[in-house]
Every structure is written in C-alpha cells, then in structure tokens.
Ligand binder design. Structure first.
Ligand code: ARG
Length: 459
C-alpha cells in the first residue's frame, strides 16, 4: 500500500512495525473532529488564496461525504494508513482526485492531531460538566428527602459526634462543586487553537490562524508554534481533574459499601444497582460503588502514565506523544460512566433512618456535648473533658450509656450537673446545637442546601 509519506522510502514498512506504530484502532474516535478541523483549514486556505475556491469546495464536499460514510458505518479503516488523519486524507483523494492532495498544504499531522484532540476534549468537557451537574442534583435531592435523619459522624472510623445524614451527604456536593470549577480551568487550557504551527516552526504560506480559531470557536491561539505541537499539559490538567473527582467518588463509594453492610445497615441500595453471587444465594453486592472505587486506580494510572511519557521528551513532537490518547479516552469514558451510574444509584438508595439513629442510642458520641454543658456552667473545657471522660469510663464499666445515668450518678462526677443534662445530650439536641456557620444543625444544613440550589440555578 502506497504511504502518503512514501516518497523517500525504497522498501515497504515491516508488517509488525505497521501494526506497532498504527493508532487507528483508537484514534478513529477523532474522526468528527478531524473532519471538522480539515473543513475549517480548507476554508482558510481558500480564503487566503492558497488553494482555489473550487478545490476547497471539492474538499469540503468530499469530507462531508466521508463523514456520512463513517456515521453510517460504511468506512473501512486501514491500519496501513496508520492513523485517522491519513485514513481520511487518503480516502478524500480517492473520492475527489488531486484536489484532495492540496488539503494538507500548510499543515502537519503534528498540529492536526493537536487540533483534533483539543476539539475533542472541549466537547467532552462540556458533556462531563453536565454529568457533574446531574450528580450534584441527585445529591441535593437525596439530602432534601431526609432532612432530619441523624447518624453518627466518624473520625478514625470511630463514632465521634452526631450529625445529620444530609450534612454528611452535602459534603460531596461541595467537593463536586470544586471539581466543577477545576473542570472550568481545564476548559480554559484546552480552548487554545494549535493549527498553523505546522510540524513545529510555522509555515511559509500566508495563513490566517484567527480565521480557523473563529470557525472552530476557540478563544485563543497558541502563541508559540513549538509549544502548540509539543505540550500535552491540557490533557494532564484534565487527568488531574479526573483523578481528584474519582478520588471523591471513591470515598463516597467506600462509605456506601460500609453503610450497606449488615454491620452498619444504614442504607439499602436498589436491586437494580446491585448484583448477586453465583454461589451464595443471600448476597446482594454493591458492585457499582466497588467498581467506581476500583476504576479510580486506572484513572490515576493514566495520569501517571502521561506525566511519565512527557517528562523526558525533547521539543517538539515525538511519536511518544501518540500515547496520550488511549489514557485520555479511557479517563473520559470512566468519568462519564461513574458520574452517571452514581446519580442513578443515589436516587434509588433507601435510608434506614431507624438504624442510623439506633447506632447513636448505644454510643458516646454525645460526650462532647456533655463537656460543653459543663463549660457553659463555668467549668474550663479541659476539666470538663476530664469529668466526662471519667463518666464514660464509669458507663463502660456499668454497661450503660450516658443517657442512662441517673442524676445522682451524674452528680458523683460534678455538682454542676442538673436535671437538664439529659435533654442537653440527646442526639437531636447535639445536632440542633451545632449551629455555627457550616455546622450540622438543621438550620445550617437547610441554608447549605439552599445555597447549593442557588449555585445550581446560576450555572
Ligand atoms: N498519530 C499521531 C499521533 O497521534 C499523529 C501525529 C503523527 N505525526 C508524525 N509525524 N508521526 O500522535
């Protein structure tokens, strides 16, 4: 098969080398962006008088024909043609004749592939932003569905203080909101147009890069031709964003897995979002959460891989950079899938409010409130801490909880205890009382949910 670059070669490529160097098996994904970019390039070439209007017309018609064939699944990709760019260009020339050979004027595959990837990533960023929005929506709705459910809050996975379930869940809203803002930053770095860099040094033709940028709705143009074809930092930024996002989802996954265990029994996932065991008939496994947690590893891996690919490369383009795509594509797929499946899973999740509350009845997560009670009666906090610590030790010894102590027993530890102590250390009181800004009281969480709704409606 005659290569588009075959002129200086006297021998054909080794079949194994062809297979090894070819990227068509994965970069065929870029076909729409490649055609879009080529149409803009052809229009620019004609506008600048570099090719004739007739040739540009033929090229554009031919590219649209190829696009239609591809959409209909009628296009045969050929690994001997290496990548998506040459598959399309070769086909174009077969369709329209020599005019097809003019398309690559003032362009290299190096700036062409950079352009395609920028367009592709911008489109995917817009989609992912929508999926984040959906998940945020599902989180807010779930929080609103259970405004008063109380559960133990944990530190070190030990029961710490009573909190509202809605407060806990809304944490993830705010994490995702920062992910969303990070994604906007990635958009900014991706919204830069590389075409016109040529292979690395620019071109001898009087091109109009701004025209191409306007056609393709780019806000900026790479200012240095070598930079335009060499760097993949926008991909790295996207992968960093994705890694942080997946880390957030992975933490939520871990909690969902714990909460749906028999030991916790705080939630029940919908049957539609779980799978069974082939041997143990009783099993209902939280596979979706587990897979999201697991897939976080591969997203981190893609980030590490790309950082490593880029770290030792001399400027400008090196074939190593072809390794940017599979990781990027897989990251995009994984993030999109995880966000979507998560929104559905949260919407189908049922809360076992009785078990959540019940967990508090048997623990000491109200101990801080008991100390605060004494502080409000005038005892220094350190002393109050000591008194309550002794009460807890006494309870542990007696097999009681703090709420089960009699007033006499309380008073053995401090004269400052009065009959209002029992009211002061009920889980509901503990939660209501944490009314500092950003705290877990229903009033604060209500405001946080309202603020979240506000953020959502302004997006
Ligand atoms: N398939 C290549 C890539 O994805 C396109 C650019 C190749 N340029 C070159 N001179 N080999 O990176």
């Amino acid at each position: 098969m005659g290569k588009l670059w075959g002129g200086r070669f006297s021998k054909s490529t080794d079949v194994m080398v062809e297979e090894f160097t070819s990227s068509i098996s994965f970069d065929h994904r870029l076909y729409r962006q490649d055609i879009k970019g080529s149409i803009a390039h052809a229009k620019m070439l004609a506008k600048c008088g570099i090719i004739s209007k007739e040739d540009a017309g033929l090229i554009i018609e031919g590219l649209n024909g190829i696009l239609a064939d591809m959409e209909a699944g009628r296009f045969q990709f050929d690994i001997a043609l290496e990548d998506i760019h040459m598959n399309i260009e070769k086909r174009l020339t077969e369709r329209i004749g020599p005019a097809g050979g003019r398309l690559h004027t003032a362009r290299s595959r190096n700036d062409q592939v950079a352009l395609d990837t920028h367009i592709y990533l911008k489109e995917e960023i817009a989609r992912i932003a929508g999926f984040i929005y959906e998940l945020e929506q599902a989180i807010i709705e779930t929080a609103e569905k259970h405004p008063r459910a109380i559960m133990p809050g944990y530190t070190h996975l030990q029961r710490a203080q009573p909190i509202l379930f809605s407060h806990h869940l809304m944490t993830y809203f705010f994490m995702l909101e920062r992910d969303f803002r990070r994604l906007r930053g990635v958009w900014e770095s991706t919204d830069i147009m590389p075409l016109g860099a040529g292979a690395l040094a620019g071109t001898t033709f009087p091109i109009d890069r701004q025209f191409v940028a306007d056609e393709l709705k780019f806000s900026r143009i790479y200012e240095n031709s070598i930079d335009a074809v060499s760097d993949r930092d926008y991909i790295l930024e996207f992968q960093s964003f994705a890694s942080i996002l997946m880390m957030h989802l992975s933490r939520l996954s871990e909690e969902i897995i714990l909460w749906s265990s028999t030991e916790f029994s705080f939630i029940e996932l919908d049957d539609a979002h779980c799978t069974g065991s082939s041997i143990m008939p009783q099993k209902k496994n939280p596979d979706v959460a587990e897979l999201v947690r697991g897939k976080t590893g591969r997203v981190y891996g893609h980030l590490m891989a790309m950082l490593t690919v880029a770290k030792g490369l001399p400027l400008a383009y090196n074939k190593d950079l072809q390794e940017d795509k599979e990781g990027l594509f897989d990251t995009i797929d994984t993030v999109k899938f995880s966000l979507t499946v998560y929104a559905a899973m949260l919407r189908g999740m049922r809360l076992n409010e009785k078990n959540m509350g019940g967990a508090l009845a048997a623990d000491f997560s109200n101990a801080t409130d008991m100390a605060d009670y004494l502080v409000k009666k005038g005892l220094p906090f350190r002393q109050a801490h000591e008194v309550v610590g002794k009460c807890v030790a006494f309870c542990l010894d007696q097999g009681k909880t703090l709420l089960e102590l009699t007033l006499d027993e309380f008073r053995q530890f401090s004269e400052m205890f009065n009959s209002d102590i029992l009211q002061a250390i009920k889980p509901e009181t503990c939660v209501d009382a944490r009314n500092s800004f950003g705290g877990t009281s229903p009033a604060q969480v209500g405001q946080a949910v309202a603020a979240a709704r506000n953020i959502m409606s302004s997006q």
